[in-house]
Ligand binder design. Structure first.
Ligand SMILES: [Zn+2]
Length: 108
């Protein structure tokens, strides 16, 4: 679901929290899922988005969205999908790899 407050539209764009044009990198931490409308509105003058929590220290990924008239909203991500690669060495010396997924979800 879109990270904008009060919007439950499906994610269509991955937005840079700090804009790529401002020198930010394309990273997991600097990204947020947005509906198309939300991503286009964000590009209008006066909108600001700030990272509050990268989400790697126990809490969910969190951002602060400030509108052109100064209202601000906190938006929290749904949690991480953590994947661990497990390598098993067999008796014959062959390795097998498997992926183990674990996901956690937090409220918005
Ligand atoms: Zn939206």
């Amino acid at each position: 679901m879109c990270r904008d407050p009060f919007c439950d539209a499906r994610i269509r764009h991955i937005d840079h929290i700090t804009r790529y044009s401002d020198g930010a990198l394309t990273t997991y931490i600097n990204g947020r899922g947005e509906c198309e409308r939300g991503n286009l509105v964000r590009e209008m003058p006066g909108w600001r988005i700030k990272l509050l929590d990268c989400g790697f220290h126990g809490g969910p990924h969190a951002i602060m969205i400030t509108t052109p008239i100064g209202h601000y909203y906190r938006s929290r991500g749904p949690g991480h999908i953590m994947t661990t690669k497990i390598i098993t060495i067999t008796a014959l010396g062959q390795s097998r790899q498997s992926m183990s997924g674990m996901s956690s979800r937090a409220s918005r």
